[in-house]
Ligand binder design. Structure first.
Ligand code: F6P
Length: 462
């Protein structure tokens, strides 16, 4: 396969000889780069004053992969990252136009960072590589690279949902955003539903025409595809089995005693539907006395995007809901909710998943949700836990053997929790087997190979 230049908003440069963490997008992209060779470009997570911005990206090589990273200036961070990407596109793509906070200066800041990234990427290119761009922060990047004369195939993978055409139009300037997005040779989405939404917008919004492999627009073809991101089942299962015996996981097990654990793990983000999940748990305790003293709900919410108001407010809401439920139901030997606003190593999380009887993945909207897949992969095949999954997560299209819920139905979610907690072993095994079969068929390795094969096809014949 051709050499790669991968671009994503955030790049975590691994330390030399660091043992790779099991699973996750970072591992998939690093795997593709390790096999094909190439460079990964993006933001290194640092924010600097404009005067301290280095001219060119910092270059590091780790285990044969080049990492070209750059900081953001404080203004870029505010306008491009916290502003347009995460206060306009993020809520829009997650069905929440009411949360959008559109400012023209953020829109301009988003365009400017994409322009700067393109200027820094162009000199890194050799001539025949594939350029693979990730996520909503970078929708205008292909247009900017083309303006600099870059000829290589450029593909885009959107990790989050694509909004319906009606919703897209709630964003001022949607037409120009979509026009620039259409400069990619290939746009790959998580699900067929997202792909249809993109194609509809290209047809009705820009006057494109449906052809076999995408949309014909302005005398060129924008190819489209749907390829759900997968997980490395065997690696995850091995890590989960190993860490289940670690001291940390054993401490969790002994703290639970005979009680059953329901677990939720996500970034602290309003799209994840956490307040609804807490309300559903409260409803379970209200309506099912037999769960008192017997069930523990542990919610891990890792800090995320803390300088955006909506995220800080959510933190307060959840602390108050956890306090309220514990205040109402806790006893001298039982605390019903454990709310942890912190980050855990992936290995520990996999061990926690294996210990849990129920995994709660109930976002209001989600592109895929890899926690759902990792929860399934981490289970003990002899005694698997049950996944309760929102029908609005991309993963729901594949995992139809999970108990599917609508996250806006609090009573329905409480019923699903009860069904999961009381599910007989045979049914748990049957459902797990059916889910693991799907996960094996759509592995992470197949995902990136498929995406790159699709992109290779867009290369013009010599
Ligand atoms: O899945 C969406 C996404 O924005 C990814 O691009 C990113 O890796 C993740 O969420 C975490 O977000 P952030 O980089 O804003 O912390």
């Amino acid at each position: 396969m051709s050499r790669l230049l991968v671009v994503s908003n955030r790049v975590n440069v691994p330390r030399k000889r660091q043992k790779p963490q099991a699973g996750g997008m970072a591992v998939a992209l690093a795997g593709a780069l390790a096999e094909c060779g190439g460079i990964w470009f993006g933001w290194n997570g640092r924010v600097v004053e404009a005067e301290a911005m280095p001219e060119s990206p910092e270059f590091t090589e780790v285990d044969g992969i080049g990492y070209a990273t750059t900081p953001l200036t404080a203004m870029e961070h505010e306008r491009y990252y916290a502003g347009f990407a995460n206060s306009v596109l993020w809520p829009l793509c997650h069905f929440m136009p009411g949360r959008m906070q559109y400012r023209r200066e953020d829109r301009a800041g988003y365009a400017a960072v994409n322009q700067r990234f393109a200027r820094q990427i162009a000199p890194l290119l050799g001539g025949d590589e594939l350029i693979w761009v990730h996520d909503y922060h970078l929708a205008p990047l292909a247009a900017e690279l083309r303006a600099l004369g870059v000829q290589q195939p450029i593909g885009f993978f959107l990790h989050i949902p694509f909004p319906s055409f009606g919703l897209l139009r709630a964003m001022p300037d949607w037409r120009q955003w979509l026009e620039t997005l259409a400069h990619f040779d290939l746009i790959t989405l998580q699900t067929p539903e997202d792909r249809r939404a993109l194609e509809t917008a290209l047809v009705y919004g820009l006057g494109g025409r449906v052809v076999d492999d995408g949309i014909r627009l302005h005398d060129r073809t924008v190819r489209t595809a749907a390829r759900p991101v997968g997980v490395e089942v065997d690696q995850l299962a091995a890590t989960a089995a190993e860490t289940a015996h670690s001291r940390r996981v054993q401490r969790l097990v002994s703290s639970l005693g005979q009680r059953e654990l329901m677990i939720g793990v996500e970034r602290l983000d309003y799209s994840k539907g956490l307040p609804n999940r807490f309300d559903a748990y409260e409803h379970l305790l209200e309506t099912r006395r037999q769960r008192h003293g017997r069930t523990v709900f542990m919610q891990i919410a890792s800090p995320s995007r803390e300088d955006i108001d909506a995220y800080a407010r959510l933190q307060e809401t959840l602390e108050s809901k956890a306090g309220h439920i514990n205040g109402r139901y806790a006893d001298f030997d039982w605390v019903p909710v454990r709310y942890l606003h912190k980050t855990f190593a992936r290995g520990s999380l996999l061990g926690f998943y294996r210990t849990a009887r129920v995994g709660l993945v109930t976002p209001l909207r989600d592109g895929m949700n890899l926690v759902a897949k990792e929860f399934v992969a981490a289970q003990d095949p002899e005694d698997p836990g049950v996944l309760v999954l929102s029908e609005l997560a991309g993963a729901a299209a594949e995992l139809d053997a999970a108990i599917q819920v609508n996250p806006n139905d609090i009573e329905g979610m409480a019923e699903a929790m009860e069904e999961a907690l009381s599910m007989p072993l045979n049914e748990r095994r049957d459902r797990w087997r059916s889910q693991i079969t799907v996960l094996r068929a759509n592995s992470l390795d197949q995902w990136w190979r498929g995406c790159l094969r699709d992109l290779e096809v867009t290369r013009p014949a010599p």
